[in-house]
Design a protein around this ligand. Structure first.
Ligand code: MLT
Length: 410
C-alpha cells in the first residue's frame, strides 16, 4: 500500500485562485445573462501582449531550433549563460552578484515552494500575515507545520502581523526564527519596505543566523527611487538572503514561464553537527537533479527584456498597469473605503465596507457588480476585512470597474 504525504490533509481549503475561479464559473453558469459582464480583477495575471523585443527574440530562438546547425537539445539546468549574464549586468548591476549565483527556472511560485527542498526539519519559520498563500501551503505540505486552528493559523509557524498600524510592513520579531519570508513590493497589500526596514531585517537575520527568502517578483512596479529593488542592495544580505525574481509581471511572461533565484555563494546553513553548508551548492544540486532548464526560446525572450527596446517596452507596460492602479485607488477612496498599496505595486488593498467580511465583499462584488476581486482573508486571517483588486487589466475594463465600484458602494 502506498502511503500518502498526510501533511496535505492539513491544508484547510483548495488553493486560493482555483477556488475563486470555481466560484466565478459557478456564478456564470447560474447567471448566463450576466456571465459576459464579468470583469476579472482577482488573480494577478497580466493582460497585455508580450513586449515586441521578447516576441522577436522568441521567434529567432524557435527558428534556431528548426535548423540542424543551430538546434539545441537539453540546455544547462541552471540556465544559459547569456541570460544569467544579462541578469547580472542589468537588474543586479553593481550588487556584487555573479552569473553563477543566478538560477533560471520556470516560475517564482515553483521556486518559492521548491526552495524548501534544501532546508531540513525543525526550522522555525516566520511568515507575514496576510501573505502570498504559496509560502504557507508549501510549508504545510513539507511537514513544517502542525494543524490549523479555528482561525486558520498553522501550529509551528510564526505569524508576523501586517496591518494599517505598521503600514503592512512586519516588524522584526522579538523571538528567534530560522527562516523568514519577505515579499516586497508586497503581494497582497502592495506595501513596500524602506531601506531602513530592510536593514533591520538583514541585521536580525545575521544576529539570529536566519535566512531571508526575499520575493521580489513585483520589483518592476517600484516608482519611488528611494525604495530598494533588491535585498542585495542592503549591506550584509549576501550572508543571509536568497532572492526570487520573475519575468511574469515585468515582461508579462505568466503564460510563457521564466523566473530566477539569486543565491550568493556566501549564504550558508547548518548541517546540524556544527558544520556550515553552502545553500548555493545545495540548490545547484537540487536544480540539476529535478529540473532540466527553461526552454531555449523562452530564455532568449527573457534576455531580450533587458535590451534597450525591451526595457522601454517593459516600462510602457508598467506605466499602463500603474495607471490602472491609480484609477482603482481613486475610485475606492472616492467612495470612502480605506485604500492601501497601488503606488509602488500593481495591487490595491482595500478595507471592506463596514459590516462586510472579505468573502461577503467578494460575493457582493461578483453578484451585484460582476467584478471579481480577491478576498483578503484568502491571504490569511490577517487579511480579513480587506479585499485586493489587481491592476492587471485593460484600461477600458478598469474604467468600467471604477464605475461599478462607485455605483455599488458610493
Ligand atoms: C496573485 O494573484 O497573487 C498572483 O498572480 C499569483 C502568482 O503570481 O502566483
Amino acid at each position: 500500500m502506498a502511503i500518502i504525504n498526510a501533511n496535505f490533509l492539513k491544508l484547510k481549503a483548495g488553493y486560493l485562485f482555483p477556488e475563486i475561479a470555481r466560484r466565478v464559473r459557478a456564478y456564470g453558469d447560474a447567471n448566463p445573462a450576466l456571465a459576459e459582464r464579468i470583469i476579472r480583477c482577482g488573480i494577478g495575471d497580466v493582460t497585455e501582449p508580450l513586449p515586441a523585443a521578447a516576441v522577436e527574440a522568441m521567434h529567432a530562438g524557435v527558428a534556431e531550433m528548426a535548423c540542424r546547425e543551430t538546434f539545441k537539445g537539453y540546455g544547462p539546468e541552471q540556465g544559459y549563460e547569456f541570460l544569467r549574464q544579462a541578469i547580472v549586468d542589468n537588474p543586479f548591476a553593481g550588487l556584487g552578484i555573479s552569473a553563477d549565483e543566478v538560477f533560471i527556472s520556470d516560475g517564482s511560485k515553483c521556486d518559492t515552494g521548491n526552495i524548501l527542498d534544501i532546508f531540513g526539519k525543525g526550522n522555525l519559520i516566520a511568515i507575514t500575515d496576510p501573505v502570498y498563500p504559496v509560502y504557507v501551503d508549501t510549508n504545510v505540505m513539507a511537514g513544517n507545520t502542525g494543524e490549523a486552528d479555528a482561525k486558520g493559523a498553522y501550529g509551528g509557524l510564526v505569524y508576523l502581523p501586517c496591518n494599517a498600524a505598521n503600514g503592512f510592513v512586519a516588524d522584526v520579531p522579538n523571538e528567534h526564527v530560522d527562516i523568514i519570508y519577505l515579499c516586497f513590493p508586497n503581494n497582497p497589500t502592495g506595501a513596500v519596505a524602506t531601506r531602513g526596514q530592510l536593514e533591520a531585517w538583514v541585521a536580525y537575520a545575521r544576529a539570529n543566523d536566519a535566512i531571508i527568502l526575499f520575493d521580489a517578483a513585483y520589483e518592476a512596479y517600484i516608482q519611488d527611487p528611494a525604495i530598494p529593488r533588491s535585498i542585495f542592495e542592503i549591506e550584509g544580505a549576501r550572508e543571509c538572503a536568497i532572492e526570487f525574481r520573475s519575468f511574469s509581471k515585468n515582461g508579462g511572461f505568466t503564460g510563457v514561464r521564466c523566473a530566477y533565484v539569486v543565491i550568493p555563494k556566501t549564504v550558508s546553513g547548518s548541517d546540524g553537527m556544527g558544520g556550515r553548508v553552502s545553500l548555493h551548492q545545495l540548490w545547484s544540486r537540487r536544480h540539476s537533479t529535478k529540473f532540466n532548464g527553461a526552454s531555449y526560446p523562452v530564455q532568449k525572450a527573457a534576455a531580450a527584456v533587458f535590451s534597450a527596446e525591451g526595457k522601454a517596452q517593459v516600462a510602457a507596460l508598467i506605466n499602463h498597469y500603474m495607471g490602472n492602479a491609480k484609477l482603482l485607488r481613486e475610485a475606492c477612496a472616492a467612495v470612502g473605503l480605506p485604500v492601501f498599496g497601488g503606488v509602488n505595486a500593481p495591487y490595491v488593498w482595500v478595507g471592506c465596507p463596514a459590516g462586510l467580511s472579505s468573502w461577503d465583499m467578494f460575493d457582493k462584488m461578483l453578484s451585484e457588480a460582476q467584478v471579481v476581486i480577491t478576498p483578503g482573508s484568502g491571504f490569511g486571517f490577517g487579511g480579513e476585512g480587506y479585499f485586493r483588486i489587481s491592476a492587471f487589466n485593460s484600461r477600458a475594463n478598469v474604467e468600467e470597474v471604477c464605475r461599478r465600484v462607485q455605483a455599488l458602494v458610493g
